[in-house]
Design a protein around this ligand. Structure first.
Ligand code: IDP
Ligand code: MG
Length: 140
C-alpha cells in the first residue's frame, strides 16, 4: 500500500480559517486526500496522540490548546508523504520556520505557553500507523 500520514489542522488553523489553504498546499504538492473530517478532540484521544509528550512542561497547555476548538483530521497518501508533509509544514517553532512552509508563511508566536503552529504531521511510519488508528480506526 502507498505510504499514508496523519495530518491535523490544529484549532488555531481552523479558527483562523486556514483549513482550505492548508488542504490546498497538500493537494498542490500532489498528495491524495484519503480522509478529511472536522473533529472535536477529547482529553483521552489527545493523551494517546501525544503519548510521547505526557509529563513535559508544555503538555498541559498543549492539551488545553488542542481542546480549544475543532481540529481538521486528514489522512494523505503518496510516496514519501510522511517526510514530504513534514517538509511542507516546516520547523516546530513558527517564528523561525522557513518561509515557504505552512508554519513559516502562516504561523507566528503568540503570548501562550504552547507553540501554536497550525499543523501536525506524523514523523515516522510507526507514528503514522499509530496516529491513523487513533483518529480513523476504520482506516487502520
Ligand atoms: P512537531 O509538531 O513539530 O512534531 P513536537 O516536538 O512533536 O513537534 O511537539 C508537539 C507540539 O507541542 C508542537 O507542534 C507544538 O505545538 C508543541 N511544542 C513542542 N515543543 C514545545 C516547546 O518547547 N514549547 C511550547 N510548545 C511546544
Ligand atoms: Mg511531533
Amino acid at each position: 500500500m502507498t505510504e499514508r500520514t496523519l495530518i491535523l489542522v490544529k484549532p488555531d488553523g481552523v479558527q483562523r480559517g486556514l483549513s482550505g489553504e492548508i488542504l490546498r498546499r497538500i493537494e498542490a504538492k500532489g498528495y491524495t486526500l484519503v480522509a478529511v473530517e472536522l473533529r472535536q478532540a477529547t482529553p483521552e484521544l489527545l493523551e494517546q496522540h501525544y503519548a510521547e509528550h505526557v509529563g513535559k512542561p508544555f503538555y498541559e497547555p498543549l492539551v488545553e490548546f488542542m481542546l480549544s476548538g475543532p481540529t481538521l483530521a486528514v489522512v494523505a497518501e503518496g510516496e514519501r508523504v510522511i517526510e514530504g508533509f513534514r517538509s511542507l509544514a516546516g520547523a516546530t517553532d513558527p517564528t523561525t520556520a522557513a518561509p515557504g512552509t505552512i508554519r513559516g508563511d502562516l504561523g507566528r508566536q503568540w503570548p501562550t505557553k504552547v507553540l501554536q503552529n497550525l499543523v501536525h504531521g506524523s514523523d515516522s511510519e510507526e507514528s503514522a500507523a499509530r496516529e491513523i488508528s487513533i483518529w480513523f480506526p476504520g482506516l487502520a
